[in-house]
Design a protein around this ligand. Sequence first.
Ligand SMILES: Nc1ncnc2c1ncn2[C@@H]1O[C@H](COP(=O)(O)OP(=O)(O)OP(=O)(O)O)[C@@H](O)[C@H]1O
Ligand SMILES: [Mg+2]
Length: 423
Amino acid sequence: MQIVFGIDFGTTNSALSVYRNGAVEVVPVDDMNQAGNLMRSVLYFNEDKEIFTGGEAISRYVEDGAEGRFMQSIKTFLPSGSFQSTEIFGKRYAIDDLVAIILKKLKACGEAHAGCTVESVVLGRPVVFSTDAAKDAMAQQRLEKAARKAGFKNIWFQYEPVAAALAYEETMEAGEERVVLIGDFGGGTSDFSVIRVKGGAFNRSDRRSDVLSLGGVYVAGDKFDSQVMWSKVAGHFGRYARYKALGGNEWVNIPASIIYTLCQWHRIPLLRARKTRELIRTIKQTTDDRQAIEHLENIIEDNFGFALFQAIEKAKCELSDTEMASILFTECDLSLDEGIGRGEFEEINADNFLKIENCIDEVVAQAGLTPAQIDTVSLTGGTSKIPHIQQLFATRFGQDKSQTRDAFTSVVHGLGSSVPLFV
Ligand SMILES: Nc1ncnc2c1ncn2[C@@H]1O[C@H](COP(=O)(O)OP(=O)(O)OP(=O)(O)O)[C@@H](O)[C@H]1O
Ligand SMILES: [Mg+2]
């Protein structure tokens, strides 16, 4: 009897499914995750050289007062040539080493569930890791290397939105056939596919001819958080502060690069570079907003970017259900209570939504279809809960065509359903 795992290694969340005897089961992978069968894709290294993943990593990091090294959105770095490796408490980790730690943890959970060693896996991958073909290939190679290091021997890849389509198929009646546009809105990427789905036909044959088109953009949950930081919060950290450069009498703006870096919380530690620190010290001497520059120093020194972004993300998620939310955050002498309305959220993210819209239109056109020829729209991924995203589809394809799938596990379920395509 062959058992194969499906692994959805996501920017924010990861999950695992078990394929056995033609059936697919999504299994729990993190005791501390209340949201369901997910594990947050995060790592924490403490000073005693212990390594934690998922919910445990988050709680240890918070308990330890952010002393060790915390990492998230690791998937985002897979296509980045500038991220080769990182040193953590005297040990060097290549990016695939980091990913391998998460995959190993998932594998162990799956094996505990299956009751045996499993060496085969179907891994999900976004349609676009990078628009640069060389970087895209590198990202997949790194993911494959990570899977090998985690102990897998047989490794296949499936596009995440295609996996979501296969999961959708299992809910259809035998003989039913439809053209579906799948939208998978995660933390790092928004991926699309137009695929012909067939009830009762799933996992029987090569499905390549049924995939009519694929596309994706690097605009998803993380970008929305960054935008909220930029528009609503960065002012508290000196976005509008000016200073007088050495010897001059002219007001100059604080370098935008510092504020950009601040808007991606996992890059904030880069601002600890000596030169940047010195610059910020200089700015503080003459600035017209000393308090903001002190907050900037504090967020860099005390590394509370993670906690701040959690507050931002929380407000963003609330806006999916309510018209108004508040970004509430207290740290050092900063006390934030910043209201944000749904309309305002949509306005500040207009460019991000536009990129998504263009991508949807392209994917439909590439399939050689008009919107009217799409039978069903199926949305998945955490970011698909944003009402404006659902609205984009309703406007183009009609309200009655839209369905929302289980936001967090349809991809991993479909990865399990993909198994017969490969083995
Ligand atoms: N109710 C909500 N409203 C808006 N956004 C939400 C909501 N719930 C979750 N999210 C966002 O969804 C994202 C995580 O979704 P998901 O778990 O599908 O991503 P992922 O699979 O890890 O990422 P990717 O597929 O890009 O690798 C996060 O950015 C999170 O903030
Ligand atoms: Mg995903």
